[in-house]
Design a protein around this ligand. Sequence first.
Ligand code: SF4
Ligand code: SF4
Length: 382
Amino acid sequence: MAQINPDFGKVLKEYGALDFNACYNCGNCTAVCSLSDEENSFPRKMIRLSVLGLEDELESSVDPWLCYYCGECSSTCPQETDPGELMMTLRRYLTSKYDWTGLASKLYTSKVWEFGTIILLAAVILVLFIFFHGPMTTQLTADGGVKLNTFAPWKQIEIGDWIMAALLAFFLLSNIFNMYLKIVRSKKDIKIPFSLYFTELWALILHFFTQKQFSKCDTELTGKKYTLSTYWIIHLFLMTSYVIMLIMIMVFLPWFQTDNIYEWWHPQRLLGYYATIGLTVGIVYFIIERIKKTSEKSKHSHVTDWTFLVLLFLTTISGILVHFFRIYGLPYATYYMYVFHLMALFPMLMIEVPFSKWSHLAYRPFAIYFNNLLLAAVGSKK
Ligand code: SF4
Ligand code: SF4
């Protein structure tokens, strides 16, 4: 029998939900949603489940992840219930339900936990540098650059990177496995043929790298099947930049953190510039959107939306400064800025990738993959 939680509204409020009880079930929101269809009819159904407090049904639903928050439903709701924001809140709630450590829930519902964890992780980096940094030399390289690897040898940084990568992969993948159990394995009456796990894999790869549903999200406004919306392009630019930077620091650190100063057209610098410009443009765009509240999706900002943007901003700006201080031969400025850069980078990755905002980038394509598995298994996939 379905479990009803009469206080579910209060629970969702902690994750950022506004008052959704005014919903009178007219269905306007579902009618205007360009991503909703017969098989996955939302957001009205999600609102009903939330009003009724049917937690188990919500936890096993894939629908909150199929919404890309265009805000169309919110701007047309006659009761001003803001269904788009409820879908966003449900994604935060589900993130904490998939997370077996309980940390995601604490980070989403407590500012003390959010800021305390950031400060603690930044302090870990500071203490490691205080005790283990290499010599701070004012002697420059033959190119006139700073000897960064004397102060922070790439081999030691790389070991730290690998430990961090292993932790990130462990937490994120174990949480995704939990998501799989809740969404796929909870539907005991549906048997998934083993071969489907491979044949449907393309959806996971395609949606992870393109996030193309974002472009479909605005179709009500344009009447086209897909649109090249500014939001989608900037989001894609930001996402590819983030991934390039992650790969360079995790996999190609000896090549990336070198004391050599290459010509501006060298691939190492070009990739770095692409990622830096993409991150800067994306962060500035989203910060301005949130400050000006120009669209439905930026009207309500949860504290974790801001911490992600601010940490990413600090990481990017400090990375740019390290680059310029290094090539213009300013040793102390390079060393101190490098420590600050890692103090912003470490909490940003450790908090955001497995437990908070960034994890949504992984959950979304997995949700589409799991949804395709279920639809294909019952023979109703289009
Ligand atoms: S959220 Fe608004 S548009 Fe959607 S069913 Fe409720 S009242 Fe209607
Ligand atoms: S925000 Fe957009 S994609 Fe999400 S439920 Fe509303 S209309 Fe659909």
